[in-house]
Structures are given as structure tokens and as C-alpha cells.
Design a protein around this ligand. Structure first.
Ligand SMILES: [Fe+2]
Ligand SMILES: [Fe+2]
Length: 278
């Protein structure tokens, strides 16, 4: 039998590479750091999740499937908006690394859509067009300052997704496969929230009083519509044990963890009503 000679790969030493650069620690407070975190946390939806598990949902099936259909739509819209605005954002703020980071977020959202589709198809209930988020997307992207309004809108939606995912993991009625799928996505969403916070900070650092006032008014309107949309899910939420009011409280309190944002943008009755009931 012929002996196969396997050549060992010899590591190439680049003498001009700075060791400090090679060992640099990722930080959630920089665009580069967030990209590094995303590279390190990459997961394969086919391998990470055991798709052979059967899904037993019993009485919560209808409610859970409906929530996922809404969610799928939200993820889809979110991905489309990032793709449309990330280059614009990088040019406005002159931060090319924003594109690197947001590209990782696009890849994450693509995976989220894939796993939702895979799960819903397994339930014989593939995603269908809901149109529920169309007014929100329109509000977030048309008219002046689309980049700023997108960054704000996405702060709400990413934080909301994080709160819903966290709650899902606590629900006894949701099946193990569903929870596995959510657990992987939650890891990404935590990084997306960190990225959005960096975006919000960048935006606040660049906005003068007039821009801040305009954005403040816009954010109030956006929150009114978004809260209404989340409350519309109550019938389905009741079926699975997910109270929209609980989710909204979590979401607003999470956003309020940024003191400057809280002081400038969460000082209106609707937001305060959630902050008070924390
Ligand atoms: Fe997502
Ligand atoms: Fe996300």
C-alpha cells in the first residue's frame, strides 16, 4: 500500500506583525472589538442545533407559532434596514469599522432567519408575510435623518428581541428545540444590543440641540407605535405565558441603563410609565 506523505503546514512568521495587535483583547465598546467578538462567537445553525428533536408544543402551539411569525417578519425587516443604511452611517460618522461590524450583524440576522424558517417548516407552518411592521419600518427609514432614526429604532427593537428571547427561555411550555434555537440567537442579540448602544452613543455625540429635539419627538412617536404593536401580541402572549407589559418594562429599563439616553430620550409619560413599574 503506498504511503501517503502528509506535509505539515509550517507556520509563517511575519516579522512585521506587532504582537500586541495579534493579541488584542476584544472590547464591546469599540466597533473593531465587537467585530472580533462576532468572529469568535460564530456558530453553524445546522451543527449547533439538534434538529432531530421532535417538537411537542400541545396547547401553546398556536400562540407560539404566531409570535414566531411576527418575529420572523421583524428580523427580516431589521436585516433589510441594516443593509440599506450601514454604509451611509459609516460615511456620516467617518467610521469605516462600522461597516465591518454591521456586516457581522447582517450575517447573524441571516442565521436567525434561517433557523426560524427551519423551525417553522418543521412545524408545517412556514413564515408568511405579516406586514405588521411595515408602518414602523416606514417611520424608521423615510424622511430626513434616516441613519439616526434607524439607530434609535433598532435600539428599541434589538432590546425588545433580547427581552422576548430571555423570557422564552424561562417558559416551561416551549419545547427544547425551540429553546435551543433561541439560546443561540440570544448570544448574538446581546452583542447586537452592545453594538446598538455604541451606535446610539456615536449618534448622541454628533447631535446638536436641534437634531436632538427632532429625534426626541420622533422617538416618542416611534415608541407609541411600537408599544401598540407589542400589545397586539397579547392574545398569543397569554397562550404561552409571555405578558407584553412585562416585556415592555424589561425593554424600557434596559434602554434606561444608558444614563444620557434616559435623560435625553426617555423623559416622556409612556416611557416613564414602564420605568416606574420596574
Ligand atoms: Fe436577530
Ligand atoms: Fe439582532
Amino acid at each position: 500500500m503506498p504511503v501517503q506523505v502528509i506535509e505539515k503546514a509550517v507556520p509563517v512568521i511575519h516579522e512585521d506583525v506587532d504582537v500586541d495587535v495579534e493579541l488584542r483583547k476584544p472590547s464591546a465598546k469599540t466597533w473593531e472589538g465587537l467585530s472580533q467578538m462576532a468572529f469568535a462567537a460564530n456558530w453553524d445553525p445546522e451543527k449547533a442545533i439538534n434538529w432531530n428533536q421532535s417538537i411537542e408544543l400541545g396547547a401553546v402551539r398556536d400562540g407560539w407559532v404566531n409570535i414566531l411569525h411576527y418575529f420572523y417578519e421583524g428580523e427580516w425587516q431589521g436585516l433589510e434596514i441594516i443593509e440599506r443604511l450601514m454604509n451611509k452611517a459609516a460615511h456620516i460618522y467617518n467610521i469605516p469599522e462600522m461597516v465591518t461590524y454591521y456586516s457581522t450583524q447582517c450575517f447573524d440576522e441571516a442565521k436567525h432567519l434561517y433557523v426560524f424558517r427551519r423551525y417553522l417548516e418543521k412545524l408545517q407552518s412556514p413564515p408568511s408575510k405579516q406586514r405588521a411592521f411595515d408602518p414602523l419600518v416606514w417611520l424608521a427609514t423615510s424622511g430626513p435623518m434616516p441613519v439616526e432614526r434607524w439607530i434609535f429604532g433598532t435600539f428599541f427593537t434589538e432590546t425588545m428581541a433580547g427581552a422576548i428571547f430571555q423570557r422564552t427561555l424561562e417558559l416551561p411550555a416551549i419545547d427544547p428545540l425551540g429553546k435551543e434555537m433561541i439560546k443561540w440567537q440570544l448570544k448574538d442579540e446581546s452583542r447586537h444590543i452592545a453594538g446598538t448602544k455604541l451606535g446610539v452613543q456615536t449618534m448622541m455625540d454628533h447631535a446638536g440641540p436641534v437634531k436632538t429635539w427632532f429625534l426626541k419627538m420622533w422617538f416618542r412617536l416611534f415608541c407609541q407605535l411600537a408599544v401598540k404593536e407589542v400589545r397586539n401580541l397579547k392574545p398569543y402572549g397569554d397562550q404561552v405565558g409571555m405578558d407584553p407589559e412585562y416585556i415592555l418594562r424589561k425593554c424600557f429599563n434596559k434602554m434606561a441603563e444608558m444614563p444620557e439616553f434616559k435623560q435625553k430620550f426617555l423623559d416622556f409619560p409612556l416611557a416613564e410609565s414602564f420605568l416606574k413599574t420596574a
